[in-house]
Design a protein around this ligand. Structure first.
Ligand code: SF4
Length: 458
């Protein structure tokens, strides 16, 4: 019987993509994926280090999985940003872990698993690859057969030094993939039925893989059969006229942008080393709206950053009121190792936790009212939806996203991969609901398979 691997993924799209690549490499080595930890011969925890809470989640998860190891000899591996941040210290804290794998070392996974399975001592693989020799993991098109959406890595790492952020320490310096590789991977994925691709990177709009990011979008946008193109995560200081023109001129580029602002106060932005002002941020947003009025924006905000005064926080609330995001990912400041902010917390002034939480609640209440209002405006309209499959909330209904990346649950009969028109009759702050009223484009039958696909054992 093929051995089973369970991958527990924390964090961002980059981690989701890495988990998919890790599963694909193990499937090529004779493993199959499982959703049940109780059946797993290997449990791989792909970690996030962006906030302290994320790190604590790792150790409580490892505590749970330790019993599977005791009961069934299940192998345990830790990958991702906490693996890179902690390296061998992780084994000191959890000696029952079989291997620690950094984001630059995914290619070593099958060999690490074989070594662990043969009883070799625990290993740590967290060396940085230099940009010349780094081989970006590439989606296995055959294993992607039948998927409707996919992430494609355009670049990794980050050269910015935002004072609160651990990413440059856990993902390394910026390295961009040669654009022909990105285009080729998109072409292969579209060839097996993928209709929507999201280009990903910690700082994707600073791409420099033989062309700039707007040029990459145009080249990927020319791939025949690609219906939707998205990208994340962008930095405001790399968001310029070239990218705004792409939104206005590229029909395949979806009118949705995730543009983290983090704060509305210039004093706080300077301490965060974000390298832009609130006015410059809003000017870029205004220019985008002028070029593409129906674009939807989402963003990230940190509240309670060291030294943040009530007036600073008010500036953030005012900015959120003016920009009117579709949605906001907001968190209280979390002190991270190796970051400049941690060194200056006392000097800037630590914001008491209860004040941080009180501000977060006010911000989230404001955003909820804005999201509710923006989503309610869609009631009675017809929206285009890419069908992704059965609804997670009601298996008798279908679900998918609009070009603005709004989740829609609806009654209908279209196949996954089809583009349909849906009449919206209800809205919540986070999703829309309706019924299918017409087919815009049928699902494209994927090209004939040359490979027998191993089933993912549920
Ligand atoms: S841009 Fe800033 S917040 Fe984003 S990954 Fe880089 S250092 Fe972190």
């Amino acid at each position: 019987m093929p051995r089973k691997v369970y991958i527990h993924t924390f964090g961002c799209q980059m981690n989701e993509s890495d988990s998919a690549r890790m599963l694909e490499s193990l499937v090529r080595d004779g493993w199959v994926g499982t959703d049940a930890t109780a059946e797993a011969d290997l449990i791989l925890v792909n970690t996030c280090a962006i906030r302290d809470k994320a790190e604590q989640k790792l150790y409580s998860a490892l505590g749970r999985y330790r019993s599977a190891k005791r009961a069934r000899g299940t192998l345990l591996g830790v990958a991702g940003c906490v693996a890179q941040q902690e390296k061998g210290r992780l084994l000191a804290r959890a000696p029952y872990v079989d291997f620690v794998l950094g984001p630059d070392n995914l290619a070593a996974l099958p060999e690490l698993v074989r070594a662990a399975a043969s009883g070799k001592p625990s290993r740590v693989e967290t060396a940085w690859m230099d940009s010349d020799s780094y081989a970006f993991p590439r989606a296995d098109a055959e294993q992607a057969r039948g998927r409707i959406t996919a992430f494609v890595t355009a670049m990794k790492g980050c050269d910015n030094v935002c004072s609160f952020c651990v990413v440059p320490h856990t993902r390394g310096r910026e390295t961009s993939r040669p654009y022909p590789d990105v285009v080729a991977e998109v072409r292969d994925l579209v060839g097996v039925g993928v209709r929507e691709v999201t280009l990903i990177g910690q700082n994707v709009n600073s791409f420099a893989g033989g062309c700039d990011f707007p040029a990459l979008l145009r080249r990927v946008g020319e791939v025949p059969g690609l219906r939707r193109l998205r990208f994340t995560t962008s930095h405001p200081h790399d968001f310029g006229a070239g990218l705004i023109r792409c939104f206005a001129e590229l029909p395949v580029l979806c009118p949705h942008l995730h543009l983290p602002v983090q704060s509305g106060s210039d004093t706080v932005l300077a301490r965060m080393r974000r390298d832009y002002t609130a006015d410059a941020y809003e000017a870029a947003v205004a220019a985008l709206h002028a070029a593409t009025p129906h674009v939807a924006l989402t963003s990230d905000v940190i509240v309670g950053f060291p030294g943040e005064t009530e007036a600073d926080f008010e500036a953030t609330l005012r900015l959120v009121e003016r920009v009117r995001y579709d949605n906001l990912y907001s968190f209280v400041y979390s002190s991270r190792p190796h970051t400049a902010a941690r060194l200056h917390e006392e000097a800037w002034g630590v914001v008491p936790y209860e004040v941080q939480v009180e501000r977060l609640e006010r911000l989230q209440a404001l955003q909820r009212s804005i999201s509710r209002e923006r989503m309610a405006a869609a009631v009675g309209t017809d929206v285009e939806v890419l069908v992704e499959g059965a609804s997670r909330t009601d298996p008798d209904r279908l679900c998918g996203h609009t070009p603005q990346n709004r989740m829609v649950n609806f009654s209908g009969s279209a196949m996954p991969g089809a583009l349909v028109s849906v009449r919206i009759d209800r809205a919540s702050p986070v999703s829309l609901s309706g019924r299918e009223i017409g087919l815009v484009e049928a699902a494209a039958p994927p090209a004939a398979s040359s490979h027998v696909r191993l089933p993912v054992v549920a």
